[in-house]
Design a protein around this ligand. Structure first.
Ligand code: SF4
Length: 916
């Protein structure tokens, strides 16, 4: 029987005499919710039931608070005095805050010390050789499991890590030898595993020769093996990727040595986490294996003890319960929001390799820590900022967890409707690739819209991504009738799911940590309003025909700290950025160009190239970078020294802000960092870029799309917006726009830019469809027009409105307009799909977010306005500003006039659009 719900009261632990002796008990009162079995839920939804926790589960009292959620599985039920109570049974697990998905690696570090878990969260994985080598060895392990030869695997994986190794000053041959020595343990153990069908611990004497080819030894990875297995447990609130599953049992690879007979305790904890997740899928797991690859590389004359790389251990129910309790403690600490002190557990600080870091972080943030504090605290305002932003990032993490939860809470149809899955695929072929991975093909029954795009990393599954077989895969092709993905294992391809990632929230925390604890003091003085930004008083005539652009370039070149360039739609931001970069480089500065999207980075590079500049290195994946910028892409594989030199010597390095937070980029330093789309970035995301430079320039428009955050709150305000408010003297607004006719720009200028925005030239102001050879008449009109289509009441799709949009757009095309010159903006994917059925081929139909930064000769906007003006386009007036400023010559608005007129801004908009 499952009892799940909000805790209303936590009693005291007491001891009672039982037939088994003295035992601890704890009474907890829970208000059962839908997660409970039906019989458990009382008629009154506010009523609570008593659940008695026995034995070690009573430790839960140390951290459980009213308001937290508790889940007790397999509870016993008993009646006493007419009241039904519940109690833990031998089979029970007690899970605190089950919706908080804890990563296995975090449970491992939490068991070492709760404060170490916190420190790891703040500082992220550094660029250090053991980390890079560990990644390579893990990849080689996967390759060997897929039957690849050791030589090929080592050569390719070391080659892939060329950039990191180069930045670490490592030589390829030396690394190959090191990896090979570690891989010998893996290969030897795999061979031994083949010879011994009972799965017994391999003997070190049987470890094979690292140079030999597995094929020659007749070794093949069979069906007993699965490499890199992605697991999520809804019961235990745990997720992670197991290195391998062998005959249903977890295998974890460690690139260290361990000459004890038993695996290390925290390594066992990690393997036990995977066992729990497998149990949640109905697999009975009783053994875990740890493979210490360095054992094979240890010289026998130098070490004593047990040198066998593989160490097995039995996984008891008691050990699994211990792991769940540790996970519970972590989840409860996160729910409370207080940083761990280290006193929660009994780790000894004097043996801790993080002791110095721990003391410094405690000292700087004035936090309590078992290790004590070192250094002077940062000012109170900074600490308050840290706390506020830290909490906001953690709130965002919970939103990401909600996305994970939808993997099992939503039906396949609901997920497809939500654009988060492509479902009902029919497997249509599989092909093994030369590197042992698989190319999987499936047919699609419909071309339904989804958020999944070519190049995305997704969860490919047999139809059930949580309880079935699922693999991380890369989408190679996504056409209306076909899907092709590549994956490590040959899944029966029936469904693709968007796989949420915590990477961006992890990087926000490290950016916050780097800015506040490692950042330059002067930088912090101006960021936290303790000093005003300073500017040199030099006059540069750089751009002659646009005063505002020239002023923006001057303000930026003269900035000793930072400058802000406010660029409304069509005002030549990209040209200004390119000019600015060229000017900085001419003055001897090394520049990092960053932007929220790959598209903005590549647009700026295109403009830079048009100005004749090309000493640029573009950092990113081949998939993310535009075709015509591929020649600038930094080759991250190959000769380490060459890869590193290319990055370290380029005058201009360009990357998205997400990439700026990577461990490779965290090591790079620049004179100036220029960030485009800065108003769409959260403060920590902006910090991830500007942490790399002495000075910075932010370019953006806080009257267009704000940062994309699910949790809202503090992260919804960009650093750009904050600094424009606090230091208007650092900002220059570009006020001449080169995009829209006078008639189209009027509403935006008036409503969002205090009437300051104006056409740059008479030609821009007076442009018409006739310039394109298109005759007006009927629905085809210059300027702005409005079509009233009474709403249907459906919040996501309006077929009548879609049909009207289709009719109008067809008139434009029939009048001679190229379909590629027309764009349609709609708020919902369902409406986008509906409109797609009505407009001629070649017309772009998409959301306002995807149109930001681009323009078309003609734009139609479908509002799908219901009475309450719900929907993403109405969430924020700035979204409407973006929608209304994409058109050059003709803007067509289609919506329910009555609904739109219910709010003052849209009432004025309809007035403007119907002026004639
Ligand atoms: S120094 Fe002490 S409190 Fe800090 S992480 Fe290490 S064991 Fe924990």
């Amino acid at each position: 029987m499952n009892v799940r719900g909000e805790v209303t009261d936590v009693g005291d632990v007491r001891s009672v005499s039982t037939q088994y002796g003295e035992r601890d008990v704890l009474d907890v009162h829970v208000r059962p919710n839908e997660g409970s079995d039906d019989d458990v839920r009382p008629g009154d939804p506010e009523a609570s039931v008593r659940v008695t926790l026995w034995g070690k589960w009573t430790e839960t009292a140390d951290y459980l608070d009213p308001g937290m959620e508790l889940w007790v599985t397999d509870a016993d039920e008993d009646e006493w005095n007419g009241e039904t109570n519940y109690a833990t049974s031998k089979q029970s697990y007690v899970v605190v805050e089950p919706d908080f998905l804890v990563d296995v690696t975090n449970i491992r570090s939490f068991v070492q010390c709760p404060r170490m878990y916190y420190l790891n969260k703040l500082s992220g994985l550094p660029l250090k050789y053991p980390v890079t080598k560990g990644t390579i060895v893990h990849e080689v392990f996967g390759d060997l499991l897929r039957g690849r030869s050791l030589d090929d695997a080592v050569a390719e994986r070391v080659d892939d890590a060329g950039l990191e190794l180069g930045l670490l000053g490592r030589d390829r041959d030396e690394v190959e030898a090191d990896v090979r020595a570690n891989a010998a343990a893996i290969e030897g153990w795999l061979k031994q595993g083949h010879f011994s069908s009972d799965g017994g611990t391999p003997d070190a004497d049987l470890v094979g020769d690292a140079e030999s080819d597995p094929a020659e030894d007749d070794w093949q990875a069979g069906d007993d093996w699965r490499s890199e297995y992605t697991l999520i447990s809804e019961t235990f609130g745990i997720k992670g990727r197991c290195d391998a599953i062998r005959r249903g049992m977890p295998v974890e690879l460690k690139t260290g040595k361990n000459t004890n007979r038993d695996p290390r305790f925290h390594d066992k904890v990690q393997a036990a986490c995977y066992a729990l997740m497998l149990e949640d899928r109905g697999v009975d797991v009783d053994t875990g294996t740890l493979l210490y690859t360095k054992n094979a590389a240890v010289d026998r004359s130098e070490a004593s003890g047990d040198l066998s790389p593989a160490k097995e251990f039995s996984i008891s129910k008691g050990f699994l319960e211990f792991v769940v309790r540790e996970r519970n403690h972590l989840a409860a600490i996160e729910a409370r929001g207080d940083p761990p002190t280290g006193f929660e557990a009994d780790a000894k600080c004097e043996y801790c390799f993080e002791q110095d870091t721990c003391m410094v972080v405690s000292g700087r943030l004035d936090q309590e820590s078992k290790a004590g504090q070192l250094g002077t605290p940062i000012p109170g305002g900074e600490r308050a900022y840290f706390r506020e932003l830290y909490d906001a990032v953690e709130a965002e993490r919970r939103e990401v967890h909600d996305e994970y939860r939808k993997l099992w809470e939503q039906t396949p149809a609901e997920r497809a409707d939500d654009d988060r899955a492509v479902v009902d695929l029919e497997p249509a072929g599989r092909e093994e690739l030369p590197d042992g991975r698989w190319q999987l093909t499936a047919t699609r029954p419909t071309a339904a819209a989804s958020k999944i795009r070519q190049g995305d990393r997704v969860l490919a599954s047999d139809g059930d991504p949580v309880k079935g077989t699922a693999e991380m895969a890369r989408v190679e092709t996504l056409s209306p009738d076909r899907v092709v993905v590549t994956a490590d294992e040959p899944v029966d391809l029936r469904r693709l799911d968007v796989y949420p990632s915590e990477l961006s929230v992890d990087r926000m925390l490290t950016a916050l940590h780097d800015a506040l604890l490692k950042g330059d003091e002067r930088r912090k003085d101006v960021l936290f309003d303790r000093a005003t930004p300073e500017f040199r008083d030099e006059d540069h005539a750089v751009i002659e025909n646009n005063d505002a652009q020239n002023a923006a370039v001057n303000r930026s070149l003269n900035a000793e700290d930072f400058a802000l360039v406010h660029g409304p739609p069509g005002t030549g931001k990209t040209y200004t950025i390119a000019t600015l970069i060229r000017e900085f480089v001419e003055r001897g500065d090394r520049v990092l160009l960053a932007a929220f999207t790959n598209r903005a980075v590549d647009n700026a590079l295109e403009a830079l190239r048009e100005q004749g500049y090309s000493d640029i290195v573009r950092v990113g994946t081949s998939n993310g970078i535009r075709e015509d910028m591929q020649d600038l892409r930094l080759n991250q594989s190959g000769n380490p020294a060459e890869c590193a030199r290319a990055l370290q010597t380029a005058d201009v390095v360009a990357a998205t802000t997400a990439t700026c937070g990577s461990r490779v980029m965290r090591e790079q330093e620049f004179d100036v960092v220029l960030v485009d789309e800065a108003s769409q970035l959260t403060e920590p995301d902006t910090l991830a870029a500007i942490n790399h430079g002495d000075r910075f320039v932010l370019v953006g428009d806080h009257e267009q799309l704000p940062p994309v955050v699910r949790s809202g709150g503090r992260l919804g305000t960009s650093l750009f917006e904050r600094l424009v408010d606090t230091h208007p003297e650092a900002a220059v607004m570009l006020d001449q726009q080169y995009r829209m006719s006078q008639r189209i720009q009027a509403f935006s200028s008036e409503s969002f830019y205090d009437g300051q925005l104006r056409p740059a030239t008479g030609e821009v102001a007076g442009q018409t469809l006739a310039d394109l050879g298109v005759e007006t008449g009927g629905a085809v009109r210059d300027g702005v027009s409005f079509h009233d289509v009474p709403g249907t009441g459906d919040a996501h799709v309006d077929p009548a409105e879609a049909e009207r949009v289709g009719d109008v757009v067809r008139e434009y095309v029939d009048a001679g307009l190229d379909p590629a010159d027309v764009g349609v903006i709609a708020p919902f994917r369902a409406q986008i799909a509906e409109i797609g059925r009505h407009v001629p081929e070649g017309v772009a139909v998409d959301t306002v977010d995807r149109f930001q930064g681009s323009s078309k000769e003609v734009i139609a906007v479908s509002f799908v306005a219901t009475g309450s003006l719900d929907g993403p386009i109405f969430e924020d007036h700035r979204r409407v500003n973006v929608a209304l400023t994409r058109a050059k010559k003709s803007l067509v608005l289609v919506g329910d006039e009555r609904a739109l007129r219910s709010e003052p801004l849209y009432d004025r908009m309809v007035d403007w659009a119907t002026l004639g």
